[in-house]
Design a protein around this ligand. Structure first.
Ligand code: LLP
Length: 455
C-alpha cells in the first residue's frame, strides 16, 4: 500500500474508512475503490453497483454470494483490450466460479473457457458457451470425459501425461476423430505463491517435465488420431509478480523453437491463468502491465495466444454477505459468530487467506470511537479452523451485515454441506437490478437422496 494507513485511534472522516488489515490498520477508501470498483458507501450505507447491501440481505436472506455483472465484464474487457494486438482467446477458468449466470455473461462477451471436468463442459454449454473455444486441463481426464469433449468438438486437450496422451488417441480412434492437443509443460518455475496453489514446480503433480516435453511431442506426432495444435503451461495461482510468468514463457518459447527444428509446428501457446488480485493490501501486477511485459516476445512468436484467467476475472466482482448472530467478547479475544462459516468460504481455513470484511454501514461516530474492537469473524461450525477473518477492527452489533470481499472466486464453488448446512444463495446485480442466480438449498435437499437401511 502506498498511502500511510491511519491508525485506529486517528480522527478520520467517514469517507476515509473502508477495510482494515489483520494488523488493525485501515486501508483508505482510495484503496477500496481501486480493488473493488463496484462496491462503495453511499450515505454511509454499502452498495454493490446501484443495489444496497441491506436490500439484498433483506430480499434474499444471508449468507449469500453476490456478484457484480459489470465488474466481471470490466476485467474480461481489460484482458481483451490489453492483448488486442495479438490473435488471442481468453479462456475463463470455470473452476473459479462456475455459476451458469457468470458463465453466460462471459460467453456473451466472447470468452472461451478452461475446464477440468465433463461437468464444467456441460455447464459451459448450458450457459451458451462454444465448445470450439474450450480448452480441457487437468491431470486425471477419464475415458468418458475425453469422449464427451471430443464429441462436442472442443478446441484443445491440455495433456498432462503420456498415459493421458495414449488414452486420448485411443478414444479418438474409436470415435474416428482427430483429437487436438497441446502438452502442458511443467517449466519448474517458482510462482512464489501459497504452496497449495503452486503448480509449476517439478515437485508438483502437474504437467510434463520441461526436459521430457520434446520426446513426448515426438511420440504424439507418431500417434494416428492426435493432432498437435499447441503448447501450454500454468504455474500457479494468485501470482503477484510478473517475473515467474516471464520465466515460464521463456522456457516454453525455447521449446517451441526446438519443436520447429524437429518439424513440429504449433498454432497456439497457452500461458494459463494465475494473475493475482488484491484481497487486502497485496499489489498484484495489473492486467495492462502483465500484457506489456509479455507482448514483445509473444508478438515476435506470431502464434495465437490463449490465457486461462479465473480469479482475476471474478474474485473482486463478488462478495459474501453474512449476518452477525452472536457477539462473544472474552478476556482474550472477541468473537463475532456470523451465519456464514468455513463450509461457505473455506479459503481462510485452507490457505490462511485474508479477505477483507466490510460492514454494511460505517460506524455512526466515525473512526475515533471506542466502539471499534478487534474481532475474530467466525462461523458456527464445530472446528477451531472455522474462521473467516481474524483481528479486524470493527464496531459490531448483532444483526449487522458484513460483506466479505474477494469472494467471487473460489468461494461458492468450494462450499460444502459440512455440519448439514445448506449451501447459500447466489445473486447477480447489474445497475439497480438484482436476480437470484442460484437458489439457497433447503435442509431437506441435503438428505432427500439418502436412503434408510432396509432390514
Ligand atoms: N488454468 C489451470 C490449469 C488451473 O489449474 C487454474 C487454477 C487456472 C487456470 C486458473 O487460475 P487463476 O487465474 O484462478 O489463478 N482454490 C484456490 C485456487 C486454486 C487454483 C487452481 N487452478 C484458492 O482459493 O486460492
Amino acid at each position: 500500500m502506498s498511502n500511510p494507513a491511519p491508525q485506529a485511534n486517528t480522527t478520520a472522516s467517514h469517507d476515509d474508512v473502508a477495510v482494515q488489515t489483520q494488523q488493525g490498520l485501515y486501508i483508505d477508501a482510495t484503496a477500496l475503490s481501486l480493488h473493488l470498483p463496484a462496491l462503495e458507501y453511499r450515505n454511509n450505507a454499502l452498495y454493490l453497483e446501484d443495489v444496497s447491501i441491506n436490500e439484498l440481505a433483506e430480499h434474499y436472506d444471508t449468507p449469500c454470494y453476490v456478484y457484480s455483472k459489470q465488474a466481471i465484464l470490466d476485467v474480461y474487457q481489460a484482458y481483451a483490450d490489453s492483448f488486442a494486438t495479438l490473435d488471442h482467446q481468453i479462456c475463463y477458468a470455470v473452476k473459479a466460479n462456475s455459476n451458469l449466470a457468470v458463465l453466460g455473461v462471459l460467453a456473451e462477451a466472447g470468452a472461451g473457457f478452461d475446464i477440468v471436468s465433463r461437468g464444467e463442459l456441460m455447464r459451459v454449454l448450458a450457459a451458451g458457451g462454444k465448445a470450439s473455444r474450450v480448452v480441457f486441463s487437468g491431470v486425471g481426464k477419464a475415458y468418458e470425459d475425453i469422449e464427451y469433449a471430443l464429441n462436442q468438438g472442443i478446441a484443445c486437450f491440455n495433456v498432462e501425461s503420456i498415459s493421458e496422451l495414449i488414452l486420448i488417441n485411443e478414444v479418438a480412434q474409436k470415435l474416428d476423430k482427430q483429437a487436438p492437443i497441446s502438452l502442458r509443460v511443467n517449466p519448474d518455475v517458482d510462482a512464489k505463491t501459497h504452496p497449495y496453489i503452486s503448480t509449476g514446480l517439478k515437485d508438483n503433480k502437474f504437467g510434463i517435465a520441461h526436459e521430457q516435453a520434446l520426446a513426448v511431442y515426438e511420440q504424439a506426432a507418431g500417434l494416428s488420431n492426435i493432432d498437435i495444435v499447441g503448447i501450454d503451461c500454468h504455474i500457479g495461482s494468485q501470482l503477484t509478480e510478473v517475473a515467474p510468468f516471464i520465466a515460464a514463457m521463456n522456457k516454453v518459447i525455447e521449446l517451441i523453437h526446438s519443436l520447429q527444428e524437429k518439424g513440429i509446428e504449433l498454432q497456439h501457446i497457452d500461458l494459463g491463468g494465475g494473475l493475482g488480485v488484491r484481497y487486502i493490501d497485496e499489489s498484484p501486477v495489473s492486467i495492462e502491465d502483465f500484457a506489456q511485459a509479455l507482448l514483445p516476445k509473444l508478438t515476435e512468436l506470431g502464434l495465437t495466444v490463449f490465457f486461462e484467467p479465473g480469479r482475476s476475472i471474478v474474485a473482486n466482482a463478488g462478495i459474501l454477505l453474512t449476518r452477525v448472530e452472536v457477539l462473544k467478547p472474552t478476556k482474550h479475544k472477541n468473537f463475532a459468530i456470523v451465519d456464514a462459516a468455513m463450509n461457505d468460504l473455506i479459503r481462510p481455513a485452507l490457505y490462511q487467506a485474508q479477505m477483507a470484511v466490510i460492514p454494511n454501514h460505517l460506524p455512526a461516530k466515525g473512526l475515533d470511537t471506542d466502539d471499534m474492537q478487534p474481532w475474530d469473524i467466525v462461523g458456527a461450525i464445530c472446528e477451531t479452523g472455522d474462521f473467516l477473518a481474524k483481528d479486524r477492527l470493527l464496531a459490531l452489533a448483532t444483526n449487522d451485515i458484513l460483506a466479505i470481499t474477494g469472494a467471487g472466486a473460489y468461494g461458492f464453488v468450494m462450499s460444502s454441506n459440512y455440519n448439514s448446512r445448506p449451501r447459500s444463495a447466489e445473486i447477480m446485480v447489474s445497475g439497480d437490478r438484482h436476480q437470484l442466480i442460484r437458489k439457497r438449498e433447503t435442509i431437506e435437499d441435503l438428505y432427500n437422496d439418502e436412503v434408510l437401511w432396509q432390514n
